[in-house]
Unconditional design. Sequence first.
Length: 318
Amino acid sequence: MAKTGTPTELGTQPIGKLLLQYAIPAIIAMTASSLYNMVDSIFIGHGVGPLAISGLAITFPLMNLAAAFGSLVGVGASTLVSVKLGQKDYATAQNILGNVVTLNFIIGIGFSILTLLFLDPILYFFGASPDTISYARDYMVIILLGNVITHMYLGLNALLRASGHPQKAMTATITTVIINTILDPIFIYLFHWGIQGAAIATILAQIISLVWQFKTFTNKTALQAFWNTFEYTIILVPVVLILATLLALLVNRKAKGVTFFRMIYFSPQVVTMTVVTVIWGFFFSSTADGLFNSILRVFGVPAQKWLQDTTLAMPSIA
């Protein structure tokens, strides 16, 4: 019989026992997470003022929207992980874990950039006034700068529950609320950071829980998958953004009589990804003599193993 807390217990334990084992921690976690905004409201109301409370209330719809995107990846991935664990396909389940990190990283950055560009109009749309906009803006700027952390925290928490660790998922949520409750008065009253202090406390609490989540998930193979995913994302995303921007500027310029530009006008993304693929294949050749490893060798840095072996190149990208 499977031990308690293992993924296989979902297929071996009685339904009633599993319902209690998974439902009760989820209920407790949801109750604790509801205290998040309540704690911020109490300390901001007493430490900053009534206008700050109004500004904080205006940010709730936007914060819920950001959390929804983070949960979107986590909930979908948790379903896939549960299926794969039931099939005892642990390799694919680990690949899904890596994909959650990558997708949450990309969506988190994209959501933050887009929202920060139009933050004031969005806050005015949700009911901000000239008196409250500064408080709402100060709070949301910090929250959006840490939005990637929030997305990963929510995504990995869903995976913790799906992989047979509902108590650990509950612990992560409760720990985040407790840390936030401790840091709020320190940052607001002691450091006099105002409403920004409450936002910083929220992000720091999530960072601490995220580190614990990573430690819970991580074995040697998983660590390699996380690191490879991080390297891949950090390198590829800026390259795609830069090339896509340059290409968009190029094809939108007047190019009279140039059939080529008219031909690719409606497909810049296809061309961009083609260019990126060619550059990626040339620059990151999976050999010890590849261009990237050759550059590293000039500075005395050992060749990166994941660039020498195609089987290790991106184990977490399925």
